[in-house]
Design a protein around this ligand. Structure first.
Ligand code: HGY
Ligand code: MN
Ligand code: MN
Length: 428
């Protein structure tokens, strides 16, 4: 442990410990689910990952509880009674066939800060809370950040039947199936008075840091996302007996819509907009039948809220035009909508001070991905600290790669940031 003039204590993390924890979480993947890690939202496997966190935090002497949303929180007491908490953490659920770092890096960072503070008897005025949010990924139910949305009061018990997965399981049923009581979910709302700030360490999931040789990123804005589903109803028919001019093919209509969306997001007015159709359901999905029905899942991301919604509206309008011209039935449903969030200077400054204190290079950058901190920004000031994603920034893929050394450096800056906020926040 090194003592520095700037804000007193710094701690030294070790890459080997980081790697061991990341590998321990990576082993918790659905059997026979293919490459990478599959640990979906509100599954027993996600709960087992939370159990690993709980066991380690209890071993470090922290009080640990799981709230009615399935978020797990460990608390380390501060020296001044009655102060609101400073938090850090991320998520442990994944998309299907994910890498091993998305969310896990931030949870491992929180665990290491808690362990190092305990081992080095580091004191802080505010209570520190180390958090694992449930169900951050929208892959299963369409809506991202469900655990942190519940904490922020953005999702309530009334919403739990609105979302279903590909098998028709509702969010409510999945919560119950993973041992969470959905009827109590509204008890999990975080009280603003209890929270002073929240900082999340996360992999960049982009290539800015790696391509610029910068080891750390301080996020200035988190992209928003508008997600919706489009249902196209044509006519299933024999692929051999039906002449081309007599077809009402739902899949060729979908294909035209996907390319229109790509073209729209790629023009000069949309620099910063990203539109993806990442999931396409085809019925009856048979080689000798013209597709009668198609369901597209569209994800529109942007750092500009007005452009984000306008782009979503434009994609929907053009999709309806394609459907009408092709005589295909059209229906759309909104799945989820989150605004971009500009992160407060207060927390960014604490991060920058921590980087300077430890003589670490960093750069300011936006986040293309959504994050739990985006939702928690409704409760208290938040910040995000990025570590580089290698392999051209690929994520949501088994090729996702970050180094234990970069994560270790991030942990040390995270620890210094929390202590800087602890001394700098005027909370009493
Ligand atoms: O989809 C996202 O942006 C995040 O990984 N949940
Ligand atoms: Mn994530
Ligand atoms: Mn993700």
């Amino acid at each position: 442990m090194k003592r520095t003039a700037a804000s007193g204590t710094t701690v030294t993390a070790t890459p080997a410990t980081v790697t061991a924890l990341i590998d321990e979480f990576a082993a918790l993947s659905e059997p026979r689910s293919g490459p990478g890690v599959t640990r979906l939202a509100y599954t027993p496997l996600e709960r087992r990952a939370h159990d690993v966190f709980t066991e380690r935090m209890r071993a470090a002497g922290l009080r640990v509880w799981t709230d009615a949303a399935g978020n797990t929180i460990a608390e380390r007491q501060g020296t001044v009674a009655g102060l609101p908490a400073i938090g850090t953490g991320s998520h442990l659920d994944s998309v299907p066939n994910a890498g091993t770092f998305d969310g896990v890096a931030g949870v491992v960072a929180a665990m290491e800060v808690a362990r190092l503070f305990t081992e080095n008897a580091v004191t802080h005025r505010h209570p520190l809370r180390f958090v694992v949010f449930a169900a951050e990924e929208g892959a299963r139910f369409g809506q991202a950040c469900t655990g942190s949305r519940i904490a922020a009061g953005l999702t309530t018990a009334a919403d739990l039947d609105r979302f279903t997965d590909a098998e028709g399981t509702t969010l409510r049923e999945a919560m119950r199936g993973s041992g969470i009581d959905p009827d109590r979910v509204d008890e999990a709302t975080w009280m603003r008075a209890e929270w002073a700030a929240f900082v999340e360490l996360h992999i960049e999931q982009g290539s800015v840091l790696d391509s610029s040789g910068t080891g750390l990123g301080v996020v200035d804005v988190i992209s928003g996302s508008t997600r919706f589903r489009v249902d196209l109803h044509g006519r299933a028919a024999h692929s051999g007996g039906t002449p081309m001019e007599l077809r009402i093919d739902a899949l060729t209509a979908a294909a035209e819509i996907v390319l229109i969306a790509e073209e729209l997001a790629s023009d000069d007015e949309h620099d910063g907009t990203r539109v993806t159709v990442g999931r396409l359901d085809v019925e009856p999905n048979s080689i000798t039948t013209i597709p009668g029905d198609c369901r597209l899942y569209v994800d529109v991301r942007d750092v500009d809220p007005a452009r984000q919604r306008a782009t979503a509206d434009e994609v929907l309008a053009r999709a309806r035009t394609v459907a009408d011209r092709r005589g295909v039935g059209f229906r759309s449903d909104m799945l989820a909508d989150a605004s971009p969030v500009a992160l407060p200077q207060l927390v960014r400054d604490a991060m920058a001070a921590a980087c300077d204190q430890l003589d670490r290079r960093y750069r300011i950058l936006p986040s293309g991905a959504s994050h739990d901190s985006q939702m928690i920004s409704r409760v208290c000031p938040v910040g995000m600290l990025f570590v580089p994603s290698l392999n051209h920034g690929v994520s949501h893929s088994p090729d996702e790669l970050s180094t234990a050394e970069d994560i270790t450096s991030g942990i040390e800056v995270l620890a210094a940031t929390l202590l800087s906020l602890d001394t700098g926040l005027q909370t009493g």
